[in-house]
Design a protein around this ligand. Sequence first.
Ligand SMILES: [Fe+2]
Length: 215
Amino acid sequence: MSTENESLDILTGLYHLGYKKAITTPHIFNGVYNNSYDTILPGLERMKTAIKQSGINLELEAAAEYYFDEFFLKYIKNETLLTFGDQYVLFELPVMSKPHQVEDAVFEMTLKGYKPILAHPERYPFYQEPGLVSLEKLKSMGVLFQLNALSLVGFYSPKVQKFAHQLIKNNWIDWVGSDMHNHRYFESFKNAIQNNYYQKLCESGNLLNNTLTKQ
Ligand SMILES: [Fe+2]
């Protein structure tokens, strides 16, 4: 998000769509998005205040979307990852090539009590081409999969959309995220949640999103 006003606008929009809670996961990608505890947590407090002042009843939490690089591996080792809910860690892979150490890192995260969630599995060409079979290993290791809702309306590409459909048909999606970067994303998000596949996903009983709201 470029400004706090834009963030507040979008959070208000989500609230009016019926959402009760939002978890923001800013990118932590060294050299590209230099976020850390020190930028994310004060930002969360500022947004909580803004929400309160605007009178909307939306719960807000923050974690991160970690880019898989040597810094991420270090944070795992030092046990300094930002988590949400019950020790969930959201991470993404480089788009063009799958790092060799993904399984090792997952193993280490699990050992340390973290619950890894792979962001948008449908968007990686190295998983799309071979298909579901290429994600079996991570699935068997307990990695949870988070779909970007926008994938369902062809926001990224037709290939992404097709693979997103396959993942849903096979009941492999555990989480759904918005990938909300700005107003343009919000407009497409409104379409995405009308989509049949999104509805199917919500009705599947597989999604863990609702486990994060106060009952
Ligand atoms: Fe991402």
